[in-house]
Design a binder for this molecule. Structure first.
Ligand SMILES: Cc1ncc(C[n+]2csc(CCOP(=O)(O)OP(=O)(O)O)c2C)c(N)n1
Length: 546
């Protein structure tokens, strides 16, 4: 005799789920019990939001849905921020929540909320298991939808009485079938090739779709063969190595940044796997008069600044290969002056002795401390803007930035998941002091599971990014300050290690030591955010090279 809860666990095994991140509760008790007899490892977290962010980053890095579990009501609502982050950043995630029995769901009843409706606007698929024998279909559909391009969230509500019911013997996990690769029509390939051949000055905007589609090598080949420069969104960092002469680094600031200069002059913009949610077209295409080529697996979002000259829908790597074969090579690269300007900016202040430390110095030392394969997870705040602009990446998925939903609090749980997926690489999160305190409780989870991560906190006792916006718009700040705990003692109280950096030259040796400590290490770095407004002024006065 098999219960629906046991069948659900078998279905998850069938999907090759390795981990479930979550918190046990009364209404998911049958699933928790069934997990004891399963190969799936349960990672008990200290907040459901931490569980959802772990599943989010697991999904980003593996392409397989990360799974999180909560109880009904408050457990499920706590999942929402991390789940929405995954969904809007196109990371595959499956969330399962317990629910009260179907005999009390129709009326006011303890902790009952309509969870399916709650998750609907933030998911691709949101449903409830109302009959035990439909469990295999629901689980298969949840994973299929979550993992299909563009990936996102599936939510399953599992009422406690259904979970305990017996299923028919014929109810078994369904075969997992990999999606058939979609091939772009030849007419579209030819249309795109013609536009690029006729173009005087094309540029490529590469987005996270290139990383998701594992199409970075195709992109490198395409750019090299046709001699076209590439700018990358924050979430596509590393899909073309920064050291590559055609790389223009990352774009995404609202201000007219150096890289954005690269978009002023081209007549054709080739958007490859880039989602509007990451970098809005009105920021890089305010004139709405250039020819846009959209190369992606899905059709483009409608926007008056994104009217297509050609849309090439199919597997990105294959489309790039096919277009490159029949496109005229561009002899001249017009961006070398711009690339020099971007490179020069990256070395600004790399040896600066100022204390508190300048963002530029911190990122230069961080890059030295982390090898090309190591992984940096950014939290959300002013530090993210600096990471996105200045942290050089040579490989995709080595710098994880949330830039769709862009929720604070992803750093610590994200680093935990990244280390679980890549135990042989060093993993560090850079987080603001505010974002850190949103999910710092997961330090205990990391220690309990022997997951060694470095947590670098940029300490300014303020909501730095918001202060930056306030100063830009109103010239004065409003309610952005707070007090921090002593982060070294805070780390030690968990049984982790903590270091406070007290001069600029201490940072790099401290980081190097932190990576050999082989435990959770907090590195408290006082940051000089007066650089934020200086950057705004600098970009305001920016003259693009011709
Ligand atoms: C969950 C969440 N709440 C609020 C925001 C809006 N927000 C974006 S950045 C930021 C300040 C972040 O402060 P901190 O973590 O200290 O980083 P800093 O900006 O100082 O680098 C806020 C409040 C958000 N993105 N996510």
């Amino acid at each position: 005799m098999t219960t629906a809860a046991e069948l659900l666990v078998k279905c998850l095994e069938n999907e090759e789920v390795e981990y479930i991140f979550g918190i046990p509760g009364e209404e998911n008790i049958a699933v928790m019990d069934a997990l004891l007899d399963s190969s799936i490892k349960f990672v008990t977290t200290r907040h459901e939001q931490g569980a959802a962010f772990m599943a989010d980053v697991y999904g980003r890095l593996t392409g397989k849905a990360g799974v999180c579990l909560a109880t009904l009501g408050p457990g499920a609502t706590n999942l929402i921020t991390g789940f929405a982050d995954a969904n809007m950043d196109r990371a595959p995630i499956v969330a399962i929540a317990g629910q009260g029995a179907t005999t009390r769901m129709h009326k006011e009843s303890h902790q009952i909320l309509d969870l399916v409706s709650l998750f609907k606007p933030i998911s691709k698929y949101s449903t409830e298991i109302l009959e035990p024998n439909i469990t295999p279909e629901i689980v298969r559909k949840a994973f299929k939808d979550a993992e299909a391009e563009k990936p996102g969230g599936s939510f399953i509500s599992f009422p406690e009485n259904i979970a305990k019911e017996t299923v028919e013997q014929s109810s078994q996990p369904l075969k997992v079938q990999s999606p058939v690769p979609s091939v772009a029509p030849q007419s579209k390939i030819e249309q795109a090739a013609q536009l690029i051949s006729d173009s005087k000055m094309p540029i490529i905007l590469a987005g996270n779709g290139v990383v998701r589609g594992r199409a970075h090598q195709n992109l490198i080949d395409f750019a090299e063969k046709l001699n076209i420069p590439v700018a990358q969104t924050f979430m596509a960092k590393g899909c073309l190595p920064f050291s590559h002469p055609l790389s223009l680094g990352s774009v995404g600031l609202q201000a007219h940044d150096f890289v954005a200069c690269g978009f002023d002059r081209p007549d054709v913009i080739i958007c490859v796997g880039s989602d509007m949610v990451e970098y809005h077209p009105h920021l890089w295409h305010p004139t709405a008069d250039k020819k846009i080529i959209h190369i992606d697996e899905q059709y483009a979002e409608v926007d008056k600044h994104y009217i297509l000259a050609a849309g090439v829908l199919g597997e990105i790597g294959a489309s790039l290969d096919s277009i490159a074969k029949i496109t005229k090579v561009h002899e001249k690269t017009y961006t070398s002056a711009l690339r020099e300007m971007i490179k020069a900016e990256l070395s600004d202040f790399e040896n600066d002795q100022g204390f508190p430390l300048k963002p530029q110095r911190i990122l230069s030392d961080s890059r030295k401390a982390l090898a090309a394969d190591d992984i940096l997870i950014s939290d959300v705040g002013a530090h993210k803007m600096w990471i996105a602009r200045l942290y050089r990446c040579e490989k995709p998925n080595t710098c994880i930035i949330s830039n769709g939903f862009a929720s604070m609090g992803i750093g610590v749980p994200g680093a935990i998941a990244a280390k679980m997926v890549n135990p042989d690489r060093n993993v560090m999160t850079i987080t603001g002091d505010a974002g850190f305190m949103m999910n710092s409780q997961e330090i205990e989870t990391a220690l309990r599971h022997n997951i060694a991560i470095v947590i670098m906190i940029w300490n300014d006792s303020q909501y730095g990014l918001i202060k930056w916006h306030q100063l830009r718009h109103y010239g004065r700040e409003s309610n952005i300050s707070f007090n921090n705990p002593d982060f070294v003692k805070y780390a030690e109280s968990f049984g982790a290690k903590g270091y406070r950096v007290e001069s600029a030259d201490e940072l790099l040796p401290t980081l190097e030591k932190a990576f050999t400590d082989n435990t959770v290490v907090i590195v408290d770095v006082p940051v000089d955010y007066s650089e934020n407004m200086k950057l705004t002024e600098k970009l305001g006065n920016l003259v693009c090279p011709i």
